[in-house]
Design a protein around this ligand. Structure first.
Ligand SMILES: Cc1ncc(COP(=O)(O)O)c(C=O)c1O
Length: 367
């Protein structure tokens, strides 16, 4: 039977579905192995806080009730020294990126975001039919604040900045961020996506929380998916002035975060020692992996996050496939950085396995 015709607008035709990192179990099934390593999705190698898991399990018993985000909003407000009316919860920060695009779709003519950066700025703006300027990073990896300023137009209504950036690990310093905030039209919403903020060490870094007075139309996005190890539970949040939160709340789907996610996030906030353990592990491994890659003759991009981006100098897809055959899952990049791999930082043994496999592929040394 012939399928009936179905028409979508040209912007939807331009989109393609998000491609997640290859699941561990799938590779293990394919290779018939049990010790594959996944360093592809910037997940925590330590897993969630045991307290968060207990809280999520307790919440599951109440699964017949719709979720209530009040407690988490209050906990986040206290954590950040703001009011609950300045906090919005999302089904991952990803939902909030989308929500921002949908909420301002009719009033924003033009958006700006860096490239390469988190793919959902592109998909979100395209889906909402917002024209955008993608600002190339210097040598594909370094932020260029002046280029971002140059891309701003009087009708720019939305600016996305991941700080630190995914997939490069680069960051904007406080001075650079202020330069961009000052140049951004007053009425434009500046979205500072701080999914990796917990991993930052750089002394000249400043969270967007410090810039809210300089540019009141600003929203800081955070997530429990990375440093808190709760990616599967889908909890993110945004902090902005109440009017912005109110507009977003009008468009947000009700009950958008599950009870298990809400309970786990509250408990995770109450276990700063677990967070600190991962941040310290990541700090040590980031430096160790960087040096090891350099010893191999590679030039990893400086990273303030829980991953490193590295140019292999060879087709990245082939390197990715070859690493898969060795039981190591990393993330290949598309053009114009097709020779790069993004490698999440794991446990020391997982990183060793990745480094040995890479060495074997690059130099034929047994790994
Ligand atoms: C920069 C950035 N923002 C947002 C997200 C979305 O994270 P989540 O929806 O899990 O909170 C990611 C995930 O990779 C990211 O890298």
């Amino acid at each position: 039977m012939r399928a009936p015709s179905l028409v979508v607008s040209p912007n939807i035709e331009r989109l393609s579905p998000y491609v997640p990192g290859k699941p561990l179990e799938q590779l293990e099934r394919e290779l018939g192995i049990r010790d594959a390593v996944k360093l592809a999705s910037n997940e925590s190698p330590l897993g969630p806080s045991p307290r968060a898991l207990e809280a999520a399990a307790r919440a599951l018993a109440q699964s017949h009730r719709y979720p209530d985000g009040t407690l988490l909003r209050e906990a986040l407000a206290a954590h950040h020294g703001v009011t609950p009316g300045e906090v919005i919860l999302g089904n991952g920060s990803n939902e909030l990126i989308d929500l921002v695009c949908r909420t301002f779709a009719g009033s924003v003519a033009h958006a700006v975001y860096p490239d390469p950066s988190f793919v959902c700025y592109r998909s979100g703006t395209i889906a909402a039919n917002i024209a955008a300027t993608e600002v190339p990073l210097r040598e594909h990896v370094h932020y260029d604040a002046s280029a971002i300023v140059a891309a701003l137009r009087p009708d720019t209504g939305l600016v996305f900045l991941a700080n630190p950036n995914n997939p490069t690990g680069a960051y904007l310093s406080r001075v650079e961020l202020e330069q961009i905030a000052r140049a951004t039209p007053e009425s434009a919403l500046l979205v500072l996506d701080e999914a990796y903020v917990e991993f930052v060490e750089a002394r000249d870094f400043a969270s967007g929380m410090a810039l809210r007075a300089l540019h009141p139309n600003l929203i800081v996005l955070r997530t429990f998916s990375k440093a808190y190890g709760l990616a599967a539970l889908r909890v993110g949040y945004g902090i902005a002035r109440p009017q912005i939160i109110d507009y977003l709340d009008r468009v947000r789907a009700p009950f958008n975060v599950s009870s298990a996610g809400l309970a786990a996030a509250v408990a995770a906030l109450e276990d700063p020692a677990h967070l600190a353990r991962y941040v310290e592990l990541n700090r040590v491994e980031r430096e160790r992996v960087r040096r090891a890659l350099e010893v191999m003759g590679l030039r990893p991009a400086p990273s303030q996050a829980n991953f490193v981006l590295v140019d292999t100098g060879r087709p990245g897809r082939e390197m990715y496939e070859a690493l898969l055959r060795l039981g190591v899952i990393v993330r290949p990049m598309g053009p114009p950085i097709g020779s790069f791999l993004r490698i999440s930082l794991g446990l020391p043994a997982e990183n060793d396995r990745m480094l040995a496999s890479l060495e074997r592929l690059l130099h034929g040394v047994p790994g």
